[in-house]
Design a protein around this ligand. Sequence first.
Ligand code: ADP
Ligand code: MG
Length: 519
Amino acid sequence: MGNQPMFILSDDSQRSRGQDAQTSNIEAGKAVAESVRTTLGPKGMDKMLVSDSGDVVITNDGATILQEMDIEHPAAQMIVEVAETQEAEVGDGTTTASVLAGQLLAKAEDLLEDDVHPTVIVEGYNEASRLATEAIEETAIDAEVDDDLLEQVAETSMTGKGTGGVAPERLAETVVEAIRSVEADDGIRRNDVRVRTQVGASATATELVEGVIVDEEPVREDMPTSVEDATIGVFDVEFDIREANVDAEYDIADIDQLNAAIDAEEGELASYAETLSEAGVDVAIVTDSIADRAASYLAEEGILAFESVSDDDATAIARATGASKVGSLEDLGDDDFGHADNVGVEGFGEDDLLFVEGGDAAESVTVFVRGGTEHLIDELERAIDDALDVVTASIETGGGVPGAGATEIAIASHIRDRTASIEGRRQLAVEAYADAVDVLPRTLASNLGMDPIDGLVQLRSEHDSEDRAGVIAEGQTGTVGDPMEYGVLDPAAVKREAIESATEAATMIARIDDVISAD
Ligand code: ADP
Ligand code: MG
């Protein structure tokens, strides 16, 4: 190779190292976390996001905000990933996790300025995060995970989200009922709870449907729109003349041969309805197309049929009703079909919805969300999704912890109690972690219109005298009290995951001291 320089970077790539790289990463991470800070808690503000194409999302949901923002900086992107992981793992606590990650970065910056080595910061943060998890276990509420507790957890997760005037306790009841109906011996079949939105009615019309709702209209208007005690077939079959026939060239010598050919095709189109009717099928869910003539024979047989049903919807109906997806109409057996007490098509404005309800279909449930506008209904859907997730998390991984900042106060205090026994500079990092956790109660207090410092001081002193204390939303402001008395509790799993993912992102970003970017 001689003296040829070897280029591993293209000409226009940029490189920054050491303090510079760290500072710019940390600044970017902090900025992203800052952008969702004001949405934390029950009185958090909503954000309105407008995309390039002009779509508008109004939301209070941390994960949604970060998803919609067009974030390119790699370190900032890591904070977005914190929110995404949090959303995927437990479904709530996204703002908490990203605000914490941002604050951990801010504290790391101070430590770096004081010449604490990144490795020491990482060690200290990891140690503190272990202590935090310990504190969460200690704070966990020692009570049976019953419907009351679950409803409180559900309601807590929805406070602050626009629920369009529906009483949160009613939504919480619906959510708990939904999860309870898919609880099996081997866990919660979370995927069997679906959320379906439909504009046009007030949000108070939101209800739980025992079954599946899909957005489909019958292939013909003269089909029945309601079938009781229905036998349902789900078909991956094209209801048409088979290709071979279509392509065949008839050598038509006389009119008889022409008629015979037409009869053969007609017979085939009629055969679908005959086969289904003989098999006792009342409702046909078809993922492929249905030819017009085939559809009219189906209608004559009184069969309610749907064509080009999406795979998702067909699978949902099959799962719920106990049908198997059938790929051929030969050898149909009774166990291929599913059953439901009621299958009905209802019109909602321009849309037709298919309800498959009751009987076997009740294996799945659908939260049927109503609301006056798209924006309202979207936010309501996000709130319900969060609530479904937190109820699932509470049942599956051990209950709740007091909300409203009380658990965070307990975490910070537990960490501080242990710092004295930690040697060297690592102690500084552990202490810094505790200070970072304080951002959560501080932000909650400030978003409730309280003085954040006074709030924090009060919470600490209550905690020191062994009282559980959080900042509770009350009227136009906040008050310090026992969150349990106000029914404010979060799943332990949400706090655990927030600690874990925020720590991971912050330590990863703090460790980077060389950034090579091609642009
Ligand atoms: P996240 O995305 O982190 O879930 P939220 O905006 O949903 O953010 O706020 C969650 C925080 O709000 C939790 O700490 C929770 O305990 C707290 N919280 C919920 N309801 C209340 C309430 N009524 N009073 C005070 N804090 C509450
Ligand atoms: Mg939340």
